[in-house]
Structure formats: structure tokens, C-alpha cells
Write a protein that binds this ligand. Structure first.
Ligand SMILES: [Zn+2]
Ligand SMILES: [Zn+2]
Length: 377
């Protein structure tokens, strides 16, 4: 093989792979989106249906399917192995045969229990579009691949927590309303909601992170809670998708308790929603495989380096950096750890006690015979 042919293959191969993966992702998302048009009552989120611009949605579905076909064809041309390109084109063809973007939606959509398939697809596409390029350009570990070990487990965690949005909203809001109604004082709530919006946002950030800090330490300290939280610490590779690796009990308890002070104090909806957007983005960012140092800002806000140390296998970092937003909370309680510009050498738990696979991780904390009862040292 000539030098130029070899050089061409060096970049054509990865390009064929990338176009193939993009084609499969868009083709699968297209099938999901068309299913949402077919069964809106079962597969879409009522709160989102209210804000959808259907012309825009149909345009996005159409563009996605065309892109899946084009990228699939490009992959077939560029790559010697054709499985990815054929799968992407096959999925896009299936979505098109199911009616594509033109499927009529019968309105009004009846009320029913639902899976947030639209919520899952929108989040996955937005987050992948933001974080996959970010992690490839600013990689903290450049050799780590997008589809690193354990990615299917993490994608399953991501899928379940988004599909079950109805249950998770209920589990977050209901306990506070049921058990803490007695603590609500209209006078206090009116005063809290009358404050400037920016101030309310900062207060929510501080109060939510203090509660979260306490719960997080409890999950590390109490043995039977630690079994649930071990799932989150079982990631051996850190990236944006690893943020989703959380046991349902861990999510439900932490969110429900975290919502109690926000509910009792009665913050206005605006800053509360702003906080929800902020927390969902920051919780993902701090797991990402990015090397941003954030300069002096890293003393104020939790950064990837700060939370990566929480996941470190190194013994000096065990039970450190519990905060999600404000490192100062760890500093006050003596659990702060940020050694200069250094990053952990390894992530995960001693002996890797947690199995891979969504189902196995779901039952892991409940199994008595699941191996030694490991705590962090
Ligand atoms: Zn933890
Ligand atoms: Zn984490």
C-alpha cells in the first residue's frame, strides 16, 4: 500500500465510523420520534406537549431522517465494514415507512400514564451534541473513547430515569407536600417569594446543596444506604454519561429530601425552574471528561476536577467533596480536597464489587449474597 493510500485510510476509517454512529443515533431517534407521534398519550410528556411547536418538531424529525440516510450512505462509502451504515439507513427507512414526520396526531391527546420518550430523546440529543464534541476537543483523558466500558449500562440508567419522568416528578414533590404541609407558613412563603429573583436563586442553590451534602454524606456513612450509592461510584471511566449511573433509590431519596426546604420556604417558580436547569447541567458537567480548570471560579463552584476527586480510587480522596454546587460547604465541614492541578489516577471502588448491567445494578443493593459488605475505607 502506498504512503498516501495508508494516510487516506487513517482518516477515512474514523470518519466512516463517526458518520455510521451518527446515522444509527439519528435513525433510532427518528423511530422513537415517529412512535411519539403515533402514541402521544403513552409516550410524550404533557408539560412538553403544551410548548411544542409542531411545525418545528416535524421539521426536526424530517431533517434528522434525511441526515441519517446521508450519513449512513457516507459511512457505507468510507468504511470497509458496513454494519453501522446499513443499521442507520435501515432505522431511517423504518421511521419513514411508519409515516415519518407526516404522521397525524389525533387531538386532543387523552390523559393517561405515560413514558417520557420525548423527554429522553430531546435530552439525549442535546446533551450528546454539547458534550461529545466538548469531551473530544478538551479531553482530560484523550485516549478515552465515547463508547468506553460500561456505556450501555449508563445509557440504560439515562433512559430509565428520563422515561420515568412522571414517577420521578411525583416522588420528588409528593413526600414534601404530604409530610411537611404543617411546616408551611404563608407569611414566610410570601416574604421568600417577594425577594429579588437572583437572590432566591442563590438561596435555593445554597439550601439545596446543604441538604444534598447532608444526604450524600449519609449515603456514604450508613451501610445499607452506601450499598445503593455504590452504584454511582462503580464508574471506572468518567464522562457526561457516567453522571446518570445512579440507583433509583439514591435519586428518589436525595431529590425528595432536597425538595423539602424549597417547598416549605415557598420560592417563586421562576428561580426554582432556573435552579432545576442549572443543577441538571452542572451535575452532568462535573462528571465530564473535560480538562477545564475554571481558574479561581473552581473555589466557588464545583468543577469536573472537584467531583472527579469524589470518584477517585485513591485513598486520600475517600469521603471527600460531597457538594454538587458549592465547594465551600466541603471546606466548612472539613471534607474539601483539591490538590492543585492534579487529577485522580483511577476511579471506582476497591475490588469492583458492583456488577455491570442496569438490571443487576438495580438489585445489587438488595442482594445479601452480593459479595463482601464493602464500605469506603
Ligand atoms: Zn458519593
Ligand atoms: Zn458523581
Amino acid at each position: 500500500m502506498s504512503e498516501s493510500a495508508r494516510a487516506r485510510r487513517r482518516w477515512l476509517g474514523p470518519l466512516g465510523w463517526m458518520t455510521g454512529v451518527a446515522s444509527v443515533v439519528l435513525g433510532a431517534a427518528g423511530v422513537g420520534a415517529v412512535l411519539c407521534l403515533w402514541y402521544p398519550a403513552l409516550l410524550t410528556t404533557p408539560a412538553l406537549r403544551e410548548v411544542y411547536d409542531m411545525r418545528l418538531i416535524r421539521g426536526v424529525i424530517k431533517a434528522g431522517l434525511v441526515a441519517a440516510f446521508v450519513l449512513g450512505a457516507a459511512s457505507l462509502l468510507l468504511k470497509r465494514r458496513k454494519a453501522l451504515g446499513l443499521t442507520g439507513i435501515g432505522l431511517a427507512a423504518l421511521a419513514t415507512l411508519m409515516g415519518g414526520s407526516a404522521v397525524e396526531v389525533a387531538t386532543p391527546v387523552r390523559r393517561s400514564d405515560y413514558l417520557g420518550l420525548d423527554w429522553f430523546l430531546i435530552n439525549l440529543l442535546i446533551l450528546a451534541t454539547v458534550f461529545v464534541p466538548l469531551e473530544s476537543v478538551f479531553a482530560r483523558l484523550p485516549a478515552q473513547r465515547v463508547f468506553r466500558r460500561g456505556w450501555t449500562t449508563d445509557l440504560a440508567h439515562f433512559a430509565v430515569s428520563h422515561l420515568m419522568v412522571q414517577a420521578s416528578v411525583l416522588l420528588t414533590l409528593a413526600p414534601a407536600a404530604v409530610f411537611f404541609r404543617w411546616a408551611v407558613s404563608p407569611a414566610i412563603q410570601n416574604a421568600v417569594a417577594a425577594q429579588p429573583i437572583a437572590l432566591q436563586f442563590v438561596e435555593i442553590l445554597l439550601i439545596a446543596d446543604l441538604t444534598q451534602y447532608g444526604m450524600h454524606r449519609l449515603f456514604h456513612r450508613v451501610p445499607w444506604l452506601w450499598r445503593f450509592h455504590q452504584v454511582h461510584h462503580s464508574s471506572r471511566d468518567m464522562d457526561w454519561l457516567a453522571a446518570s449511573r445512579l440507583h433509583l433509590v439514591d435519586i428518589a431519596v436525595t431529590r425528595a429530601v432536597g425538595f423539602v426546604p424549597v417547598y416549605v420556604l415557598g420560592f417563586a417558580p421562576g428561580p426554582t425552574y432556573a435552579y432545576l436547569v442549572f443543577v441538571s447541567f452542572q451535575a452532568i458537567l462535573i462528571h465530564a471528561n473535560v480538562s477545564f480548570a475554571f481558574g479561581p471560579l473552581r473555589w466557588l463552584l464545583a468543577t469536573p476536577q472537584f467531583h472527579h476527586w469524589h470518584h477517585a480510587a485513591e485513598s486520600e480522596a475517600v469521603d471527600k467533596n460531597f457538594a454538587v454546587h458549592l465547594p465551600v460547604i466541603d471546606w466548612v465541614f472539613g471534607t474539601f480536597y483539591l490538590p492543585g492541578r492534579r487529577w485522580p489516577a483511577r476511579y471506582g471502588l476497591e475490588g469492583d464489587p458492583v456488577p455491570e448491567g442496569y438490571g443487576r445494578q438495580l438489585v445489587y443493593p438488595l442482594l445479601r449474597g452480593a459479595g463482601p459488605f464493602l464500605r469506603r475505607r
